[in-house]
Design a protein. Structure first.
Length: 70
């Protein structure tokens, strides 16, 4: 019996894959890692976009304040 434990700290995910064929278990683990990595990248991109948007809003507010002072 073969088994592989997988963890993704960023996503806070855990999975235990078991089976009789080492090759199949390794392939399933690789596929799971790839899926989690893709999910993580999408989450990071979403966070970056939100952060950029917030920065632009702050910049616009500062410019508005400056314009009102003139």
């Amino acid at each position: 019996m073969w088994q592989i434990e997988l963890r993704h700290e960023g996503l806070n995910k855990y999975r235990l894959i078991r089976g009789n064929d080492k090759y199949v278990i390794e392939q399933k683990a690789a596929a799971q890692r790839a899926a989690w990595d893709e999910m993580w990248q999408k989450r990071l991109e979403k966070q970056n976009k939100a952060s950029e948007k917030q920065s632009k809003i702050q910049e616009a507010l500062e410019r508005s304040k400056q314009a009102l002072r003139l």
